[in-house]
Ligand binder design. Sequence first.
Ligand code: SF4
Length: 326
Amino acid sequence: MKEALYYTYEEDKIKCHLCPHYCLLAEGQNGRCQVRKVEDNRLITITYNQVSAVALDPIEKKPLFHFYPGSQILSLGTVGCNLKCKFCQNHNIVHDTESRTETITPKEAVHLALDYNSIGIAYTYSEPLVWYEYILETAQLAYQKGLKNVLVTNGMINPEPLKELLPYIDAVNLDVKAFTEDFYREICKGSLNPVKRTAELVYQDILLEITTLLIPGLNDSEEEIKELVDWIATLDISIPLHFSRYFPQYQLDIPPTSIDSLIRAKEIADKKLDYVYLGNVEGQEYRNTYCPKCNKEVISRNYNSVQINLDGKSCSNCGQEIKVIL
Ligand code: SF4
């Protein structure tokens, strides 16, 4: 346990300013994320140093397709999340605050990454932003050692803490759950606007990729996909977008997304964005990167290997620059 950052006193309560929920907490109470708590009149972070999942993963699994393709990254996660998505794919880890954790200090995490020859550390599996103090400290140490830091996040954070963290972050996969406030409120107990604001703060200096899990009837209408794509295009048409296939999980038992629906979403997005992928589906063609100008396959991804067919960072056929960090 460690004292948390970003809180104030409000009469006899404590207000957390880390995320847009602004929980107002009495002594002994936990925030909505379950991992920040008032104890002895201070806000503390329960999960500091506590890791529930650790693995060396392909960077493509995050998913990040334009950041050191083919590399491996040490991935760390813990419990806790500030959303309550009915379809949570990791609910066993995320919402079970009793689940087993082990102590890995920031220094130990950095040593692990170096020992494994990882390109860096990905903060993932649950919601890293409510693990804020730990990732800030670990990311700073990793940065000093020349390692990369990656966030896989729902983006529900306030601008001030985000701006303090971003100088140490190299890439972000942002989960945009849907493109309506109704969906965020009713299905996730959150809000879309702060997520958009996070993307807008991130994309100019840091590699940003966006993932949307398409759920039949809830967030996959043509109109909603067009709005999502238009918004991304106003930021930068070269932001990679991953549409991922939903399967029933946790509290949602709607049947899985049809492949047709995913392909239709990709066709809509392909009209405006340079790089659109499908996840959780068969077919290497949905995972490969194609040159946005001449359509040559420039990065090939099958399940075991990644092949880069670039001339430097440009298409070897037409010379078009490909947005990729190598
Ligand atoms: S980070 Fe947790 S405690 Fe803080 S406002 Fe968000 S949900 Fe509440």
